[in-house]
Design a protein around this ligand. Structure first.
Ligand code: SAH
Length: 238
């Protein structure tokens, strides 16, 4: 099986690379990013840092699909919690994703609806998401963390505002916010390619008097390590 793994930041990719116990066979540069290809008798993994935000994530996803023979796309990394019950290091597997900052509501569209697209949210692949959830729940390193399945929202904004976090929860029924997942999802949707998104929480997005930028800086490596455990478990299962 050929798996593509997209991380927004080098810290996230570093955590993932520690879990890929496969020989590195090539490094290919495209549009300023390095695509690391690993392979063994069973599987191939191509892993890349896309850069932060939806445009970077979209470019990278399309490059992956056009240049590598990818069966499944995974977006792995950290996120902010917009749920009241999930906290630092808890892991969220996306059921579906929405771009919360896509706003053409003035034309009567729902907030988040992409213009002229036949879906509101992008559904993650059920088989891959179930496999990730199964791996995460049996991972000893996460025994003190919640593993959740629900909606993730993405936008080109770092959320550090309790009111905005609450709005994202109320408006979208989201449990986590980040800046890339729904862009990866849209590109996969348009290319009819199955995908999954797994994120561990680095901050509370400004809720509960948490300064998200401080939490993020302090906890991003811990959270990236938690998210990367999903890859460890997945590679043992495929
Ligand atoms: N200071 C950072 C910027 C990080 S942006 C730098 O330049 O390196 C935050 C990254 O983590 C994004 O990739 C996003 O997907 C994720 N993220 C974590 N917490 C988030 C939050 N509260 N809101 C939005 N994105 C968040």
């Amino acid at each position: 099986m050929n798996i593509a793994i997209i991380c927004a930041m080098s810290e996230e990719l570093h955590a993932v690379q520690q879990q890929i116990k496969m020989p590195l066979i090539s490094q290919i540069d495209k549009a300023g990013n390095k695509y690391y290809k690993y392979s063994n008798e069973k599987n191939t993994v191509v892993a890349v840092v896309s850069g932060i935000g939806k445009v970077n994530a979209a470019i990278t996803t399309q490059i992956l699909l056009d240049n590598f023979d990818v069966d499944y796309v995974l977006n792995v990394g950290v996120a902010g919690s917009v749920s009241k019950v999930l906290s630092f290091g808890d892991v969220v597997v996306a059921k579906d994703l929405v771009q919360h900052d896509f706003d053409i509501t003035t034309f009567g569209y729902k907030l988040g609806q992409i213009a002229r697209l036949d879906t509101f949210s992008f559904q993650a692949d059920q088989w891959l998401s179930d496999l990730l959830l199964d791996g995460l729940t049996s991972e000893k390193g996460l025994k003190n963390h919640n593993i959740s399945y629900g909606r993730i929202v993405s936008g080109d904004q770092f959320i550090n505002d309790a009111e905005k976090a609450e709005f994202l929860y109320d408006e979208f029924n989201a449990i986590a916010c980040e800046m890339e997942g729904a862009a990866v999802a849209q590109v996969c949707y348009l290319n009819k390619k199955p995908f999954a998104v797994v994120r561990a929480l680095s901050d509370m997005a400004g809720q509960a008097s948490d300064d998200a930028s401080h939490s993020f800086e302090r906890l991003k490596i811990m959270a990236a390590d938690c998210a990367a455990l999903a890859i460890k478990q997945l590679l043992e299962r495929i």
